[in-house]
Design a protein around this ligand. Structure first.
Ligand SMILES: Nc1ncnc2c1ncn2[C@@H]1O[C@H](COP(=O)(O)OP(=O)(O)O)[C@@H](O)[C@H]1O
Ligand SMILES: [Mg+2]
Length: 294
């Protein structure tokens, strides 16, 4: 908890009608939004203020706010939404935030085996929670995962960025069953497909199974610091073209074996690939059988 007097309020602005101040410190940015540090004077706690970049990104932020509203304030590993609304011609979402959290990107490939295991187990627990509430995240990747590793104590993990999330309601499942090769969520998904599932790349409707598959790519990246379909070029990481990427993804079990990454990742990948579009993952089986000795 930080007292208000400690805050540097120069360049800060209060969101009209609220007790929330947007502080002039950027926490990060993505394809659709810029995220600032914030402070809620009423609850005396820091928060994250996610503001759409352009007028075109407003619809996505509104969609994300709907998903957070559906998930409620108490979904384990997911920030609670404190406020959502218009700021001038932009849309903003204010989310609860624990200080010290860093995107998972900054942990790879330095993650110790202990951190790797803790992050893997926590992320599975997060997915179990959101899937139980019928939400598919749809964009599981390191920048959308925040990790706090205290010097002593347990690793904390938060899943953020529900901009491409899908609610698996009856209407979605009916459309998914009818659509043979057309993804109904495709129109809202953009950006990179490095961590995307094979189904997503093939335009098949996304569902629970795709979050699990992307989790495997994310954990492989955390362990190995790269993915087989990313190459280093002039000091930057570049992905192979999408056809090559797809070919590599289909060989994932072999890549896992060759890299020395835990074999449980190959079992989880195969389990995810074998699920049907409307099939809910059996998390008891995943945690107690696949990840038994993780
Ligand atoms: N609560 C937070 N604490 C620290 N950094 C954050 C927080 N929320 C977002 N970020 C940073 O901002 C980046 C973009 O946020 P995100 O919600 O993924 O936006 P986008 O929808 O544009 O991808 C994240 O990758 C992360 O680096
Ligand atoms: Mg993001």
């Amino acid at each position: 908890m930080v007292s208000e007097e400690c805050l540097d309020t120069e360049g800060a602005s209060v969101i009209p009608g609220t007790t929330i101040t947007i502080l002039p410190r950027m926490l990060g940015y993505g394809g659709t939004a810029v995220v600032y540090d914030g402070y809620d004077a009423h609850y005396q706690q820091h928060c994250a203020v996610k503001v759409s970049r352009t007028a075109n990104d407003v619809a996505q932020l509104k969609h994300e706010a709907q998903i957070y509203r559906h998930l409620g304030m108490r979904t384990m590993g997911v920030p609670g939404m404190i406020w959502s609304g218009k700021i001038e011609d932009k849309h903003a979402i204010v989310l609860s935030r624990s200080t010290g959290q860093q995107p998972l990107t900054s942990f790879a490939p330095m993650a110790s085996m202990e951190t790797f295991r803790a992050v893997g187990i926590k992320l599975l627990a997060c997915l179990r929670e959101i899937h139980y509430k019928r939400v598919v995240h749809g964009d599981i990747k390191p920048p959308n995962i925040l990790v706090f590793e205290p010097r002593s104590g347990r690793v904390q993990v938060s899943l953020i960025d529900f901009g491409y999330a899908v609610l698996m309601n009856k209407q979605y499942l009916r459309q998914a069953a009818e659509a043979s090769s057309y993804s109904i969520a495709r129109n809202v998904r953009g950006g990179t497909c490095i961590f995307a599932s094979i189904n997503w790349q093939r335009n098949t409707s996304i569902s629970y199974r795709d979050d699990l598959e992307s989790l495997v790519y994310t954990l492989y990246f955390l362990k190995c610091g790269a993915l087989p379909w990313c190459v280093a070029h002039k000091g930057r990481v570049q992905a192979l073209d999408t056809d090559h990427m797809l070919e590599c993804k289909l060989q994932m079990c072999q890549w896992i074996k060759a890299s020395g990454a835990p074999p449980q990742l190959a079992s989880l990948w195969q389990y995810a690939r074998d699920l049907q579009v409307d099939e809910e993952p059996d998390y008891d089986y995943i945690i107690h059988t696949i990840f038994q000795d993780f």
